[in-house]
Design a protein around this ligand. Structure first.
Ligand code: SF4
Length: 454
């Protein structure tokens, strides 16, 4: 179904001086959803502001994957009371994964009755309609759909970056890992038609974008359920044909679904970057089974060795959870030994966080907090040793980077990434932003590289 913004068209004139402020929690999927919310608001005449003080609409796009993200949302909603008191016309909205949880929307309304709009992940395209209702009827709007809708194409997107963009290729997840709430709040897997994806990427290229990252909870199962005969490897090869596009990345892969065809596509297609994010979660077969991951350590290491053999310069990154219910010292040591065996270039490490309604939350053998923290520290140390070692290998090498913008830590410098995702800071003129350039790596730092223009 095509999104029709004309249905919600507000006049720019009536919105003069109207600003919106969005805070986004969680993953890239949420970031992309916020870019769409922002795109719709801009299309009906609003302007983005970085200051809550200036905003006439404040929107919280929430995440429920970890408990601390939820706590932050509650804290921020509490803080909004004073803004609403100062400006009763202020419209406060809350949306995203957290709102899809059973009973959460009612809890929010009860605790923070000054919230005006609540909606979930399946109906965010209706935000302009909800906004109109609040403005014209003066009502509070709460609409949470329990089931995913068909994919809505054509929603305007206000992208943060002008060099690289995220493009969602599929929504939802069918995997039901026992610790994860995503399938409950994002629904079942639905793939976008390849022609829609290609069309979006071509439009981005025509606007000067050089790099795209394909997004999905499980990109390797792309294509299932579509009328066309296509899988992820075929989609990658089609995207590689797009003229003017320089780099393609994707996330997230699932070790049960990543296959040799995808590895071959990365090896053979010049635009596919040599970077694979392959979440392992645990090195213990017993825990992987409890997590319902549908692969074992042997299958995972087979894939890692295949990637290393076929694409020797590929960087491999991962996600790891410590302290899953029932994790013993022996299980944890299996994770540590796997980390050392793979030698990751980066790892997102998490302490297991109980999530309501998930099977792991109901498991009785929860690991005590102090044990989880102790294991987490050991894991971070093991990961970091590997990262530092791999960064050192870049010293003296010439690398190609796409210049993304000012460095995060030092605004006088610029930053960019190598094809395989290494972050490089260097001194250079801002006119280089958006360009592919070669740099010499002069120093490796623990989490980044320092380069020099040639
Ligand atoms: S693959 Fe597992 S961890 Fe990833 S989104 Fe699906 S259920 Fe969650």
């Amino acid at each position: 179904m095509e999104f029709d913004i004309k249905k919600y068209k507000d006049t720019k004139k009536s919105n003069t001086g109207k600003h919106f402020f969005i805070t986004t929690y969680g993953c890239q999927m949420n970031e992309e959803d916020s870019e769409k919310l922002s795109g719709m608001l801009k299309r009906i005449g609003y302007t983005k502001t970085e200051s809550i003080e200036d905003a006439s609409i404040v929107l919280f796009n929430t995440c429920c994957v970890r408990e601390n993200a939820e706590n932050k949302v509650f804290g921020n909603l509490g803080m909004m009371k004073k803004y609403k008191r100062k400006n009763p016309d202020l419209i406060i909205g809350i949306c995203g994964c957290m709102m899809q949880q059973e009973g959460m929307a009612d809890k929010v309304l009860k605790t923070f009755p000054y919230v005006d709009i609540i909606f979930g992940t399946h109906n965010s395209y209706k935000f302009p309609e909800y906004l109109n209702r609040v403005k014209t009827e003066g009502v509070q709007v709460k609409e949470i759909l329990n089931k995913e809708t068909e994919i809505i194409e054509g929603i305007p997107i206000d992208r943060e970056n002008s060099t690289k963009a995220f493009v969602t290729i599929m929504y939802g997840c069918n995997n039901f890992c026992t610790y994860c709430i995503v399938p409950y709040v994002r629904g079942r897997e639905r793939s976008r038609k390849s022609e829609e994806i290609i069309k979006e990427i071509k439009e981005l290229v025509s606007k000067g974008y050089k790099e795209i990252t394909l997004l999905g909870q499980n990109v390797n199962s792309y294509g299932k359920g579509l009328e066309e005969t296509i899988d992820f490897a075929k989609l990658l090869r089609l995207i590689n044909e797009i003229d003017g596009l320089e780099r393609v990345r994707f996330m997230t892969s699932h070790p049960k679904d990543l296959n040799e065809d995808v590895i071959s596509a990365i090896k053979e297609c010049d635009k596919l970057c040599e970077q694979i994010h392959l979440p392992v979660q645990s090195g213990s077969n017993r825990i992987l089974k409890e997590m319902n991951r549908h692969y074992d350590r042997e299958r995972y290491m087979y894939l890692i060795n295949k990637i290393k053999e076929e694409i020797p310069n590929a960087t491999i990154t991962t996600d790891i959870i410590v302290g899953f219910p029932g994790e013993t010292e022996e299980d944890f040591n299996d994770t540590l030994s796997l980390v050392k065996e793979v030698g990751y270039n980066a790892a997102y490490t998490f302490i297991y966080s109980r999530r309501n309604h998930t099977p792991a939350d109901r498991m009785e053998n929860q690991v005590p907090d102090d044990v989880k923290h102790e294991r987490f520290n050991k894991l971070v140390q093991a990961v970091n040793e590997g990262v530092i070692r791999s960064n050192k290998e870049y010293e003296g090498k010439i690398v190609e980077i796409l210049v993304e913008g000012p460095s995060k830590n030092d605004e006088t410098k610029l930053m960019g990434r190598t094809r395989n995702g290494k972050l490089v800071n260097f001194a250079g003129d801002k006119s280089l932003i958006g360009q592919l350039i070669n740099l010499k790596i002069v120093r490796a730092q623990p989490f980044s590289l320092v380069g020099e223009l040639l």
